[in-house]
Design a protein around this ligand. Structure first.
Ligand code: ADP
Length: 457
C-alpha cells in the first residue's frame, strides 16, 4: 500500500473516531436531558395526584377525583388497586382496561419505564402507594415520548451524515494534501531512477523544497552522490595511474628479455635493468598493498612504546649513507619523546619524508630534523632547502600517485611514483596523529608530524 493511501486512510480513521465519540456524547446528553424533563413533569403530576388521595373507612386508598385532561392531552393517568383492578383513569384513556405499564404495577418502588401501548411509545411512572407500610394501590402516570424518539432519530441521522461527510473530507484532504507534499519526493525518486538507469553520477536531483524534511533528504542524497562521484573518479584515476606505472617497467623488462634472447649470452646490463624494474614493481605492489590495507581499515599495527628520538637518529644514520653526501643534515632539537605506535611503520614515515627531502633538494642543500615535545604532543619536523612545492600542488600531494610537475620526470633510480606521502598520511592517521606541510617555492619545504604521546605523557 502506498504511503499516500496509508496517510489518507489514517486521516479518515482519525476523523471518523473523533466525530463518532463526539456524536455519541451529544446524542447521549440530549437524550438524557429530554428524558429527565419528561420524568420531572411526570413526578410533578404524580405528586399533585397523591395529594388528592385519602384512606377510606375500609382502610383502602381512594382518589378524590382525576382532573379532566381533555382528549388531546398526551398525559395519561391510571389508579390501580393491589389486586390489579383499575379503580380510576384519566378521561383521555376512554374505557381502556390495559395498564400503561403492566410490569411497573409489580415493582415495590417508584419506577420510570419506557413501554409501548397500541403502537404508541410511552414513558410511564409507577408509584406504589402504601398505608402503614402496606402496599395498597399503584398510581401510573404516563406520557407520549414520540417527540423524544423523533428527536433522537433526527439527531442520529444528522450525526451519521456529518460522520460520513467528515470521513470523506478527511480522506480527500489526506489524498490531495499528501499528494502535494509527496510530489517533490516522487520527482526525486524519478531523478534517482534516471541516474541509476543512465549510470550518470554527475546528475543531481533538483531541490524544490529546500526547507522541509524532503528538502533535507534530497540534499543528503545529492551529497551522497557528490561523495560517490568523487570515489568513483578517484577509483578510475587510480586504475589509470596503476596501469600507467606498471606499463613502463613491464616494457623495460620485455625489452631487456628480448635483448637477452637475441644476444644468446647473459648480458649484465640487461639483467641489471630487469632486476631494477622488478625491484621497483615489488616496492610499488608492497606500497599499494599497504595503502589498500590502510584504506580498508585493516592495517595491523604492532603497538608498543617507541622512542622517536632514538628512531630518528637511527634513520638519520641510514639516510646519511644513502644520500652519499649529496646534502647536509642539521639536527635542530632532539628531545626525549615517547609515543605508542608501530615502530616499523613510524620508521617508514621518517624514511619516506627524509628520502623526499634528500631527493628533491639539489646537491649542497640542507635537510633539517627535529623531534620535540610541543603542547603535550610529539612533533617531528623535517625541513629542506629544496625547490618547494607549488601552492597548486599542496592540496594534492597526499593523494595516491600524485606527483608534482617538477617531479613528473621520474628520477633515474625509478624511486618516484607518487605513493610515498599517501602512505605517510595513512600511517599517521592510524596512529591518531596528523601531518602539516608548509612550503615556499625557491625557499624550501617543512613537514610537521604530530603524534599523541604514549599514555598521554
Ligand atoms: P614521489 O614518489 O613522487 O616522491 P610522494 O608521494 O612522496 O611521491 O610525493 C608527492 C609529491 O610531493 C612529489 O611528487 C613532489 O612533487 C612533492 N614533494 C614531496 N616532498 C617534497 C619535498 N621535500 N620537496 C618538494 N616537493 C616535494
Amino acid at each position: 500500500m502506498s504511503l499516500r493511501t496509508q496517510l489518507s486512510l489514517l486521516y479518515a480513521l482519525l476523523a471518523g473516531v473523533i466525530l463518532a465519540v463526539l456524536g455519541l456524547i451529544v446524542y447521549t446528553l440530549v437524550s438524557v436531558i429530554l428524558v429527565d424533563q419528561i420524568d420531572r413533569s411526570l413526578t410533578q403530576t404524580a405528586h399533585a395526584l397523591i395529594s388528592c388521595t385519602r384512606v377510606n373507612a375500609a382502610g383502602e386508598i381512594a382518589i378524590e377525583s382525576i382532573p379532566s385532561l381533555g382528549a388531546t392531552s398526551t398525559t395519561y393517568i391510571q389508579f390501580w388497586d393491589t389486586r390489579g383492578k383499575l379503580k380510576a383513569s384519566s378521561d383521555n384513556l376512554g374505557n381502556l382496561q390495559l395498564s400503561l405499564d403492566p410490569n411497573g404495577l409489580r415493582y415495590p418502588t417508584t419506577v420510570f419505564r419506557d413501554t409501548r401501548l397500541n403502537q404508541a411509545s410511552l414513558r410511564v411512572l409507577s408509584v406504589p402507594l402504601q398505608v402503614e407500610g402496606r402496599r395498597m394501590a399503584v398510581l401510573q402516570v404516563g406520557t407520549n415520548r414520540e417527540i423524544v424518539d423523533q428527536l433522537q432519530q433526527i439527531l442520529a441521522t444528522v450525526l451519521g451524515i456529518a460522520l460520513a461527510i467528515s470521513i470523506t473530507m478527511a480522506a480527500l484532504y489526506g489524498w490531495l494534501g499528501t499528494g502535494l507534499v509527496l510530489a517533490p519526493l516522487e520527482k526525486a525518486t524519478l531523478a534517482a531512477r534516471n541516474i541509476a538507469n543512465k549510470d550518470d553520477l554527475s546528475r543531481r536531483i533538483p531541490n524544490v523544497s529546500q526547507k522541509n524534511e524532503i528538502g533535507i533528504l534530497i540534499e543528503a542524497f545529492n551529497q551522497t552522490l557528490d561523495r560517490l562521484e568523487d570515489i568513483f573518479n578517484k577509483q578510475k584515476r587510480f586504475i589509470a595511474d596503476v596501469s600507467h606505472e606498471l606499463r613502463t617497467p613491464l616494457t623495460v623488462i620485455k625489452g631487456n628479455a628480448g635483448l637477452l634472447r637475441k644476444m644468446k649470452v647473459p648480458d649484465e646490463e640487461s639483467l641489471q635493468g630487469i632486476e631494477t624494474e622488478v625491484d621497483r614493481l615489488t616496492r610499488m605492489v608492497g606500497d599499494l598493498l599497504l595503502l589498500a590495507q590502510g584504506e580498508a581499515g585493516r592495517l595491523e599495527l604492532n603497538m608498543q612504546p617507541v622512542d622517536l628520538d632514538v628512531l630518528l637518529l637511527e634513520v638519520l644514520q641510514q639516510a646519511k649513507v644513502l644520500s652519499g653526501g649529496k646534502v647536509g643534515f642539521q639536527i635542530a632539537d632532539i628531545e626525549q619523546v615517547r609515543v605508542s605506535g608501530d615502530r616499523d611503520r613510524l620508521k617508514q614515515v621518517m624514511i619516506n619524508l627524509i628520502t623526499n627531502a634528500v631527493k628533491y633538494t639539489p646537491a649542497g642543500g640542507q635537510v633539517g630534523l627535529s623531534i620535540k615535545n610541543v603542547e603535550s604532543q610529539a612533533q617531528l619536523m623535517i625541513s629542506d632547502t629544496g625547490p618547494g612545492i607549488p601552492a597548486a600542488d599542496l592540496p594534492h600531494i597526499f593523494e595516491r600517485f600524485y606527483r608534482g610537475d617538477k617531479a613528473r620526470t621520474r628520477p633515474a633510480d625509478g624511486s618516484s611514483y607518487g605513493l610515498g606521502l599517501s602512505i605517510v598520511d595513512w600511517i599517521i592517521k592510524c596512529h591518531g596523529g596528523r601531518i602539516e606541510v608548509k612550503s615556499r617555492e625557491g625557499v624550501g619545504t617543512i613537514f610537521l608530524v604530530w603524534l599523541p604521546l604514549a599514555g598521554g605523557m
